[in-house]
Ligand binder design. Structure first.
Ligand code: GDP
Length: 285
């Protein structure tokens, strides 16, 4: 499988340049990660770009992640000294706490301003992350009924706006898009599972087979129950059984394993296989 297709070096250079420009405008950054793959959905380049700018990590989509694993990930981030919070942007759960966390990490910045006699200056924040982690959903939620404060401030590209989301806190209404890191095949696979990489570049059946392998190992019994199959050794045999039980048929009553693969991946992505985390902090210890 080749995951390197979607992000050409030129795209990455452009994304990096844009991120650097946007970063100049803000005091604090929220790095949004998918709680199901906190490692694979992060981009290590961000640390270099941030310098000493404060950052809050937001683990999103906790409604679809394994709660026990989410707690472990939270602890792991805390242990490494990173302010972290968990959010579910589809309902807004945890968003208030996230805003409080932003205000807290911004305190050294505001303290510095106070020492310099700067008053009435708002903290500016932006949301960054790889595609599909939920950045726009969070921004829409935060912007909500809040009003735009200034659309035409220097440095802000046309179409970008600052929105006051809390007292003394302004949000850039355009997210910073980070590129996924593909060096590691496993990372590419996990990004594909959550839909961060376009499907057409992947072989759906191979992807489904990988997901079946993972599920059998870490969430044994889930597929058996959901699709009334036996979790046999060969993932392709499982896929065939899913096709059989879900009546995925080609013309002439031949089994359509590609359709079954799409069905399985779709079920996973929509949380219909339950709350599943794809990578665990203990694997990185
Ligand atoms: P972006 O590419 O990072 O801006 O991601 P989007 O905001 O477009 O979100 C990608 C998809 O994830 C959309 O279908 C959202 O509805 C969905 N989504 C965002 N946040 C959550 C969440 O907390 N839980 C769930 N279940 N879905 C979410």
């Amino acid at each position: 499988m080749d995951f390197k297709i979607q992000w050409f070096p030129g795209h990455m250079t452009k994304a990096k340049r844009m991120m650097e420009q946007q970063l100049k405008l803000v005091d604090v950054v929220v790095e949004m990660l998918d709680a199901r793959i906190p490692r694979s959905s992060s981009n290590p380049m961000l640390i270099q770009m941030l310098g000493d700018k404060p950052k809050v990590v937001a683990l999103n989509k906790i409604d679809m992640a394994d709660p026990e694993k989410t707690e472990k990930w939270l602890q792991t981030f805390k242990n490494s000294g990173l302010p972290v919070c968990k959010v579910d942007c589809s309902t807004g759960k945890g968003v208030k706490q996230m805003v409080a966390a932003i205000q807290q990490v911004a305190r050294p910045v505001t303290d510095k301003w106070l020492r310099k006699g700067v008053r009435n200056r708002s903290i500016r924040v932006m949301i960054v992350g790889v595609p599909n982690v939920g950045k726009s959903t969070l921004i829409n939620r935060l912007v909500g009924k809040n009003k735009v404060v200034a659309a035409d401030r220097p440095g802000v590209t046309r179409g970008q706006q600052w929105v006051t989301i809390a007292k003394g806190l302004e949000l850039l209404d355009t997210p910073g898009v980070l590129w996924p890191k593909f060096e590691d095949q496993t990372v590419g696979l996990r990004l594909a599972f959550i839909g961060s990489i376009k499907d057409e570049i992947l072989n759906t059946e191979e992807l489904a087979a990988e997901l079946i392998q993972f599920m059998k190992k870490h969430y044994a019994g889930v597929l058996a129950e959901k699709y009334a199959i036996t979790e046999v050794e060969d993932p392709y045999a499982c896929l065939t059984d899913i096709a059989k039980n879900r009546h995925c048929l080609l013309r002439g009553s031949e089994l359509d394993t590609n359709k079954a693969a799409m069905l399985l991946i779709d079920d996973f992505r929509n949380g219909r296989l339950g709350k599943i985390t794809l990578e665990f902090p203990e694997d990185y210890e």
